[in-house]
Design a protein around this ligand. Structure first.
Ligand SMILES: [Zn+2]
Ligand SMILES: [Zn+2]
Length: 669
């Protein structure tokens, strides 16, 4: 089956070929566009490569030996790190890959040029075929025209012969007869000419249409086939070049990977160490700075009973802290063990998740343990030093069982003899009362029975005559305030760790009141501020304090935040004064908010103004009537149900219950 044997329409086949050629031309345009994309890309890659190289030059030796200054201002060292070398190779391979891309562009360019030339040639062939076809048509037309002309001539001759015949029939003469004979000859000749030209025209038609035209069509088919074959070859060339590029890139990239696999970490680390090693500096040893006037030495002073009492109390407290820390370390270690085994499981089974996240937890736990161990060391060093200085526990120790207490009425510190008001300590067993700051100076000589009030004062020396046969340190000592180890890393989660919750309520003393002091919570209140009266003169010691004059009324700006200081406004200005220098104001002025702490009613007018508070620590309710709150919850104050505890409504979930007051911060409404 071929065009020649099946088709006759040269024009249809001609447009088919024109479309073929246009398609090849379009394919060439595609390649040209591909070249321009590649060139743009190469341009961008070149810029990137240049940028990386410049950065690499600027980086100098930082990947090799860090930013150490080389001796004699050298900028080059004899050997580079394998890390740096690997990156240098990376940049070199990057450059090579750009070259490969340029080669690729070159190939596409020559392919495009080749197509251009081929299209021109094929176009010429197409035209030749078409020319030959039209030449054939012209020949046929010419032959037909000639036959038509011969027919006309023959008909003219016939007419002439007819006319002469009629003339002779009328008047037969010799001359006419001769002309008539001549006409007959002429007519026959013309007829023969006509017949011959018809034969030639038919022969031409037969030959040109049936043979030559078929040949042209077959040749045109051949051209079409060659164009398709040509497309196949250029398409292959085009894609082959791309594959070739890919192969080159792959091999270049593999080499780059090989270089990075050659990084020798231990070698590089040794190189860095070599250039960064400096003389080992021992940590600074602190020495005691002696003061000649007092003849101080670096030894712990143990020459009087007060000092020994202080040291012994300090040691006791440190031992309490130490046991808490040791417990914490133990539980942290158990936690670490757990995390570690989880980590090992994750490492062994990657489908569980990212082991690195677990590893971070391991690191965190180790850090927490290390910090706890520092606290442990801090306690142990002090305990050992004290024990060395004062010897074994030869002395009997009967520690007081202190609790926090709010002294509402003016009383006297049994230790230092000074006025004691508001925050202080009281022994549960003997009733001994003292300042928080005096705790460590109190001799551990609890009588274990309540003395009449008038005999409680000033037992400040250590009565060695009252020795009792208790030689071990009781473990039930109440550490009223963990001043050394203040659970910095541990959020208060249980009642026993919260100093506020140790207030004793079943106290039968009439001179103290464990009522909630509205000032015991720190808050910035935008209300009419309460007033108090200065009980004593006070002379300011440092800048942020003010002088007090006994008897003057002062306005409370900021209540005691737990440090024993109140910010007031008074005749000498605004500043801090010791809380225990102030007594409640009894003024009966119009202010409803006058502050009367002798009132047993917890919901003082001052409290009524406070409506809401923000939770500052998570608290998990331990008993039925307690509430669980979360950091940043807003609670609405309902009442002070017992000292240190407030009844609130949790605005987050509407639940009502008790929470420690110290877990919230009041907010003004
Ligand atoms: Zn005191
Ligand atoms: Zn006592």
């Amino acid at each position: 089956m071929s065009f020649g044997s099946e088709l006759q329409d040269i024009q249809a086949v001609n447009s088919y070929l024109i479309n073929d050629l246009a398609f090849i031309q379009e394919f060439r345009d595609t390649i040209k566009e591909r070249i321009s994309i590649e060139k743009d890309y190469i341009h961008k890659l070149e810029n990137l490569q240049k940028k990386c190289s410049q950065k690499n030059d600027k980086r100098g030796l930082t990947l090799t030996v860090g930013s150490v200054k080389l001796p004699n201002g050298d900028t080059v060292i004899p050997k580079n790190s394998t890390f740096q070398k690997s990156y240098d190779k990376f940049l070199k391979k990057f450059e090579e890959s750009i070259k490969d891309r340029n080669d690729y562009v070159e190939k596409l360019n020559s392919l495009s040029e080749n197509i251009k030339l081929s299209v021109v040639k094929k176009e010429e062939i197409r035209k030749k075929h078409l020319d030959y076809s039209s030449r054939i048509n012209t020949e046929i037309t010419n032959m037909c025209t000639e036959a038509d002309k011969n027919e006309t001539k023959f008909r003219e001759a016939c007419n002439n012969t007819d006319a002469m015949k009629k003339k002779i029939e009328k008047n037969e003469d010799e001359k006419s007869k001769k002309i008539y004979d001549q006409n007959i000859i002429d007519m026959n000749n013309k007829m023969n000419m006509y017949i011959l030209s018809i034969k030639v025209a038919n022969a031409y038609n037969d030959k040109l249409v049936n043979v030559e035209n078929k040949n042209v069509l077959d040749n045109m088919q051949e051209l079409h086939e060659s164009l398709v074959e040509y497309y196949k070859s250029i398409c292959k060339d085009y894609l082959d070049s791309e594959n070739e590029l890919m192969e080159k890139l792959k091999s270049t990239n593999n080499k780059t990977v090989d270089y990075s696999n050659k990084i020798d970490l231990s070698n590089d680390i040794a190189l860095f160490i070599q250039y960064n090693k400096k003389e080992w500096k021992s940590p600074e040893v602190k020495t005691f700075a002696t003061i000649p006037l007092w003849k101080t030495t670096g030894d712990i002073y143990t020459k009087d009973i007060n000092a020994i009492t202080f040291l012994r109390n300090t040691s006791l407290k440190l031992q309490q802290n130490l046991s808490i820390i040791k417990d914490d370390i133990n539980s942290k270690n158990k936690e670490l063990e757990g995390i570690n085994s989880v980590y090992q499981t994750y490492k062994a089974t990657p489908s569980f998740g990212d082991p690195n996240e677990i590893y971070q937890k391991v690191v965190d736990a180790k850090k927490e343990i290390a910090l706890l161990q520092l606290e442990e060391l801090k306690c142990e060093v002090q305990i050992n030093a004290i024990s060395e200085a004062i010897g074994g526990t030869e002395m009997e120790i009967i520690p007081h069982n202190f609790k926090n207490k709010n002294f509402i009425k003016q009383t006297v510190c049994s230790c230092c003899g000074e006025s004691l008001w508001r925050k202080g300590l009281s022994c549960r067993e003997c009733g001994y009362s003292c300042h928080l700051k005096c705790e460590l100076n109190v001799p551990p000589n609890c009588t274990k029975q309540k003395l009449p009030k008038n005999k409680r004062a000033t037992i400040s020396s250590y009565p060695s005559s009252e020795k009792k046969s208790i030689s071990t340190i009781p473990t039930s000592v109440t550490v009223s305030q963990l001043s050394t180890y203040s659970s910095k890393s541990v959020q208060p989660t249980s009642k026993t760790k919260n100093p506020f919750l140790e207030d004793d309520t079943d106290d039968d003393d009439d001179d103290v009141l464990d009522s909630a002091n509205p000032f015991s919570s720190s808050s910035d209140l935008q209300i009419d501020l309460p007033t108090m009266i200065a009980a004593y003169d006070y002379t300011k010691q440092i800048n942020d304090e003010v002088d007090l004059h006994a008897g003057e009324e002062v306005t409370i700006i900021e209540p005691d935040k737990g440090d024993g200081w109140i910010k007031v406004s008074c005749s000498s200005g605004t500043g801090l004064v010791p809380a225990n220098y102030l007594v409640p104001s009894n003024s009966s002025d119009k202010k409803e908010g006058n502050y009367t702490t002798s009132n047993n009613d917890y919901s003082s007018p001052f409290m009524e103004v406070i409506k809401q508070a923000k939770v500052i620590y998570d608290y998990t309710g331990q008993m039925d009537e307690e509430l669980t709150v979360t950091h940043n919850d807003i609670v609405t104050f309902i009442e002070n149900s017992e000292p240190g505890w407030i009844k609130v409504k949790n605005e987050t979930n509407g639940r009502i219950g008790l929470i420690p007051e110290s877990y919230v911060e009041y907010i003004s409404t």
